[in-house]
Write a protein that binds this ligand. Structure first.
Ligand code: GRF
Length: 214
């Protein structure tokens, strides 16, 4: 079963998926425990980024064999296609995704909001997204920072992260896996963020297992 992963940055969650696929050797392992491994029937077919020169692309290239990577930056697309729109970019992106015949599309640190222009052009395949907050808590951007501010103001005592199905409403799709993340009194933003990321690396694989039923 083919997975296509969309990224925008460091790709640590892409790495978590790669490390759960021992048959797709990855050279910078995060050390995924065996019970979180995915079967050889699953593979990452391609990694697509909306930004060039991000480390997530490097992680794919370091696999053996290297995983194909593609970049489709919005600004570059608009410059190369005068008169085109963001919707045209989304359709181009969905065509790129479809070309790999995915069984599952994973948004792992993908920072662009995808409208029905993209969603409607993906041929009936599940699209899932990782969000570093609990359902309905801090939708949208800078969720981790907003959760930390809420903690410092005494409004929350814990936070979390989730993987959910992607729908047009940002971060509002049906949750697939949700995990609470404790916030400690002495936490800095960084220490809390690290705890969230470590939890994300686990739930992203649990979500792939659940959706692909493997
Ligand atoms: C993750 O926290 C993810 O939830 C958020 O962006 C971050 C990306 O991390 N959308 P990475 O690129 O997977 O390292």
């Amino acid at each position: 079963m083919n997975i296509v992963v969309l990224i925008s940055g460091s790709g640590s969650n892409l790495q978590a998926i790669l490390d759960s696929l021992p048959h797709q050797h990855s050279s910078t392992p995060l050390g995924t425990p065996a019970h979180l491994h995915l079967p050889p029937s699953v593979n990452v077919k391609a990694v697509i980024s909306n930004k060039s020169n991000v480390f997530g692309l490097e992680r794919a290239k370091r696999c053996d064999p290297p995983i194909p990577t593609q970049v489709l930056a919005l600004k570059t697309f608009l410059n190369r296609n005068p008169g085109s729109s963001r919707q045209d970019w989304e359709i181009e992106l969905s065509n790129m995704v479809n070309s790999h015949k995915p069984d599952l599309i994973v948004l792992a640190g993908f920072m662009m909001i995808l409208s029905p222009a993209f969603l409607n052009n993906i041929h009936q395949k599940p699209i899932i997204n990782l969000h570093p907050a609990l359902p309905g808590a801090f939708d949208g951007a800078h969720a981790i920072e907003r959760a930390y501010d809420a903690f410092k103001q005494g409004h929350i005592s814990k936070t979390g992260c989730m993987v959910h199905y992607v729908i047009p409403q940002v971060d509002r799709g049906e949750p697939i896996v949700v995990a609470d993340v404790d916030i400690h009194k002495q936490d800095t933003l960084e220490s809390m963020e690290n705890r969230i990321h470590e939890t994300e690396w686990r739930i992203i694989i649990q979500a792939v297992k659940k959706v692909l039923n493997v």
